[in-house]
Design a protein around this ligand. Structure first.
Ligand SMILES: [Zn+2]
Length: 181
């Protein structure tokens, strides 16, 4: 465990004073919630661990920016911002299950990029969307399911994670599957 959570900065400092090891009290927050924590290890690891402990089972993948600020207490027991502050980007959530006859695991399928998909002349199924943003379309040679991937590269917007989605086989992909046998 990289951190221990407290309801107030005062409680956190009282606990820290009683601990044998050295640590720092931080305020850690994202867009949705905020905690006080005593961190005895690396602050980046603590922010990551706190963020990943949340419930991200809905909404697919996202990148959450977690911010931190070291905090002391003034003589009245109130927050007093320290010198240390920063942020950590944490990727959370899961890709959706695959669809189609091969199975719900992406690895169950045999993804290929045949020319009928379109895309650049040299790279079927690949589109450059400007800058570092790329789109990839592949199709399974066994069941004809399509897989669509976005790769945002370094120009991603805040919160934007690479995405994968699936689309059901259609006449065109099934005809291509039949040609493969
Ligand atoms: Zn398949």
């Amino acid at each position: 465990m990289e951190y221990k959570e407290f309801n107030s900065v005062l409680e956190a400092h009282v606990a820290l004073a009683a601990m044998p090891e050295a640590g720092t009290v931080y305020r850690i927050w994202d867009d949705g919630s905020s905690i006080y924590a005593v961190v005895t290890g690396d602050i980046d690891d603590a922010c990551t661990e706190w963020c990943e402990a949340g419930d991200w089972s809905e909404g697919g993948k996202a990148i959450i920016t977690v911010r931190y600020q070291s905090v002391g207490i003034d003589p009245d027991g109130d927050d007093m911002d320290g010198d240390e502050r920063g942020s950590v980007d944490v990727e959370v959530g899961d890709d959706p299950d695959a669809i189609g006859e091969c199975g719900t695991d992406d690895d169950d399928h045999d993804w290929q990029a045949p020319e009928f998909l379109g895309g650049c002349r040299e790279n079927p199924g690949v589109w450059c969307k400007g800058g570092t943003i790329m789109e990839f379309l592949t199709v399974c040679s066994k069941c004809g399911t399509y897989r669509h991937q976005n790769d945002y590269g370094v120009q991603r917007n805040p919160g934007q994670a690479d995405e994968v989605s699936y689309r059901e086989a259609d006449e065109r992909s099934l005809a291509w599957v039949a040609e493969q046998e």
